[in-house]
Design a binder for this molecule. Structure first.
Ligand code: NZQ
Ligand code: ZN
Length: 388
């Protein structure tokens, strides 16, 4: 554990089939005015909207709504939410949905009383939050991002064609509570389910491919990867299998609540590339990650070869006998590629609405942060071309 750290995660998790029983007690901790934030129509279709409204009513809350949050939430929606928070003097933002709804809610919570333009203030200049931040609680309906237990918020600024993540301070912006009932994810369409699964896997890899010390976080990351592969295969066969869906849900939350990242050098470049693919094509986040991952990892593999060898052996059980390190590592990436096929994820950017003309624009606008290696614009372009 070579990098010193301070760790605290303030989110209270209620997990399982009875998790919703805790909603009323949680609501009692906040004032009367609640803003309910949700997506397009899934919570109305499943009936969750009615259940939540009933509980809010029983708890005597006055409710305003911010509905229609896009997958890949828009900055304009953040600004609209800020206006509503001020107008209704909101005491609690209740986010019911997936990562997009939760990210948007956290952004609103921190931006509503910000005197500057929030995009400039947070996503560009990384300045502190104002003294007043509205608390957020969540009811999760789609698993993958771990937004339910972290303080990240990824927002798309359409005018600038930039999808940018910002990490707010954990202690003020993380959800105060999150309700995680795996049964709520049964209705998620298969494309979104596999997108979420790959998003989880990507979070684990981004934290794993960095550093060369012997660190407990790497063993925990390997455990989460193995659990996820096993549960995903079961969920593909039977999407209503509770054990599989509950394991996937907890793999996701653990995957990016920052506990597996302690004392770790990391590499978040795949996410940086996907964010700009998303800004141009508006594709599901995990699908974009899967498409760019294979060419990215083939490019950086020689720079962190020892870790890719470990990945091949410990995750994909590649037999090392008689092989060079490069051969073992390459087989590991081949196994990852076959896992993406097993999930039934499209393999080409053109399948998610990207055009050839977009590729140089995407490459130029990607943040280059890297890990074992920091890619150049030309290298990012070559990655995009390889999976176009
Ligand atoms: O809008 P509705 O109708 O609710 O439909 C949603 C949406 O179309 C649907 N859905 C959600 N729950 C459902 C359901 N459909 C049926 N039944 C249910 N129970 O699923 C679609 C996708 O939802 P979304 O919230 O967009 O997905 P996800 O959870 O993957 O969130 C993606 C966003 O999170 C960001 C991504 O970049 C992207 O913008 N991320 C946030 C992170 C964080 N906060 O730490 C980290 C991640 O790496 C990621 O970048
Ligand atoms: Zn992600």
């Amino acid at each position: 554990m070579n990098i010193d750290f301070t760790f605290q995660n303030p989110t209270r998790i209620h997990f399982g089939r009875t998790a919703m029983n805790h909603l009323a007690d949680e609501l009692a901790l906040y004032g009367k005015n609640v803003m309910l934030v949700y997506g397009k129509n899934s919570i109305k279709k499943t009936g969750l909207y009615d259940t939540v409204m009933e509980t809010l009513k029983q708890c005597g809350k006055s409710v305003c709504e911010l509905a229609g949050i896009n997958s890949n939430p828009r900055y304009t929606q953040v600004l609209e939410g800020c206006r509503l928070v001020r107008e209704h003097n909101v005491d609690l933002i209740l986010a019911v949905g997936g990562g997009s709804v939760i990210d948007c809610s956290k952004a609103i919570a921190c931006s509503a009383y910000c005197d500057d333009d929030p995009w400039e203030h947070f996503w560009i200049k990384n300045l502190p939050v104002p003294s007043k931040v509205v608390p957020v609680g969540t009811i999760l309906t789609m698993t993958g991002t771990a937004s339910e237990m972290n303080s990240g918020s990824v927002i798309t600024n359409e005018a600038l064609r930039k999808k940018e993540g910002h990490i707010f301070p954990m202690e003020v912006a993380s959800p105060r509570f999150s309700i995680l009932n795996p049964e709520f994810t049964y209705s998620v369409p298969k494309t979104q389910m596999v997108s979420g699964i790959f998003d989880i896997f990507s979070h684990l890899m981004e934290q794993y491919f960095g550093g060369d010390d012997d660190c407990v976080s790497d063993y925990l990351l390997e455990g989460d990867m193995l659990a996820l592969i096993s549960a995903s295969r079961q969920a593909l066969l039977n999407p209503h299998y509770y054990e599989a869906r509950s394991n996937i849900m907890w793999c996701a939350t653990m995957g990016l609540n920052k506990i597996l990242a302690v004392s770790k050098k990391q590499d978040w470049e795949v996410h940086q590339i996907e964010h700009q693919v998303g800004a141009y094509c508006d594709c599901p986040h995990g699908i974009g990650l899967a498409i760019v991952s294979i060419p990215y990892y083939r490019l950086i593999m020689p720079y962190g070869l020892h870790r890719f060898v470990r990945f091949a052996k410990n995750i994909w059980h590649v037999d090392p006998a008689g092989k060079s390190d490069l051969q073992i590592a390459t087989e590991g990436i081949d196994c990852l590629s076959r896992f993406i096929d097993e999930l039934g994820i499209p393999r080409r950017l053109r399948d998610v609405g990207c055009t050839e003309q977009m590729l140089p624009l995407i490459a130029a606008s990607v943040n280059k942060i890297g890990g074992y290696h920091v890619p150049t614009t030309e290298e990012v372009l070559s990655i995009l071309k390889a999976c176009y």
